[in-house]
Design a protein around this ligand. Structure first.
Ligand code: GDP
Ligand code: MG
Length: 163
């Protein structure tokens, strides 16, 4: 079976945008409001000759419970459980958020291989803002722009090297 890669992160960081960028279509719904992805969404894709199944996770639980931490935690735990590797997305423009630390803790506990994407980096001004994400205790953050497709190739190189 193909390895499974779960995209995780708190709502609104750009997970669905990155998912669409990687699979090359508009499969996942991108919304300015957090909590739009209804369920986990699966799509087979490949990079550099390596096939894998990419999973987008949403924030419906967050909407229902009205409690961001609980919803994020549940989504992340479910997704990581069934994944072989994790693509953790944070928002470089918003900066480090307490929920990011919580997600990072779950990932570290899972011992699954992970890459850290610092999203929304359309220009160098924001690249320096990615340094604070070293505090997450994961690998070095990879600055990307899912919206513009900047540096996503480097991110995928790194990701498939873990599979
Ligand atoms: P999700 O909740 O994590 O799935 O986030 P979405 O993919 O739905 O995106 C949330 C918001 O961030 C939307 O308004 C997107 O247009 C915006 N967004 C996503 N990626 C980027 C990016 O690379 N740069 C910028 N500037 N905005 C982005
Ligand atoms: Mg989404």
């Amino acid at each position: 079976a193909k390895p499974v890669v779960a995209i995780v992160g708190r709502p609104n960081v750009g997970k669905s945008t990155l998912f669409n960028r990687i699979v090359g279509g508009r499969v996942a719904i991108v919304e300015s409001e957090p909590g739009v992805t209804r369920d986990r969404l699966y799509q087979d894709t490949e990079w550099a000759g390596r096939s894998f199944t990419l999973v987008d996770t949403g924030g419906l639980d967050f909407q229902e419970s009205g409690e961001i931490n609980e919803g994020v935690r549940r989504q992340v735990e479910l997704a990581i459980n069934e994944a072989d590797a994790v693509l953790f997305v944070v928002d470089a423009r918003a900066g480090l958020n307490p929920d990011d630390l919580e997600v990072a803790l779950i990932i570290r506990k899972s011992k699954k291989p992970a890459v850290l994407a610092a999203n929304k980096v359309e220009n160098f001004k924001f690249e320096t803002d990615t340094y604070e994400f070293y505090k997450l205790g994961l690998d070095e953050p990879v600055p990307v722009s899912a919206a513009e497709g900047l540096n996503t190739g480097d991110l995928l190189d790194r990701l498939v090297s873990l599979l």
